[in-house]
Design a protein around this ligand. Structure first.
Ligand SMILES: [Zn+2]
Length: 146
């Protein structure tokens, strides 16, 4: 088991959330939701400002909240097009993040990820994530979210 530190993160004014911070280099760019906890690697602090970090955490909290549901879905995924399910979960997690910490912050984060994909800082995996332009387009279309 890899060691992690528990840290308090300011999700928004007056609301803190516990994160698991993995300092090991192999986890450098990992930002992912586990079973009801959000885990982050060193890139979380190295590459993103506070607003972007909040987008990440809200996005991952969406996954963490739905992890049991996703696990059930994954278990029977032979019956479904699993890529489509994963992609639609990503879109919903982006929307959840946008409605909690703002459309502009979410777009800023997604555009940064696009840059990271382009210069190889983060590897894009189409099995788990929809194309970044599609994610940006969707968030741009949430006009009712400020
Ligand atoms: Zn996600």
């Amino acid at each position: 088991m890899n060691k992690y530190k528990r840290i308090d993160f300011d999700l928004k004014e007056g609301k803190k959330v516990k994160l698991r911070f993995y300092e090991s280099p192999e986890y450098k760019n990992l930002l992912w939701g586990g079973w009801f906890t959000v885990k982050v690697g060193t890139y979380f602090f190295d590459k993103f400002d506070l607003n972007e970090q909040r987008v990440i955490v809200w996005h991952e909290l969406y996954h963490a909240k739905h992890s049991l549901f996703n696990w059930l879905f994954d278990s029977i995924r032979l019956w479904f097009d699993s890529k489509k399910i994963k992609w639609s979960t990503e879109f919903r997690a982006d929307k959840f993040a946008a409605s909690n910490c703002g459309r502009e912050n979410t777009l800023k984060f997604l555009r940064k990820i696009k840059e990271f994909y382009q210069n190889g800082v983060v590897k894009y995996n189409s099995k788990t994530h929809p194309p970044i332009d599609e994610r940006i387009k969707r968030v741009e279309s949430f006009l009712c979210i400020k």
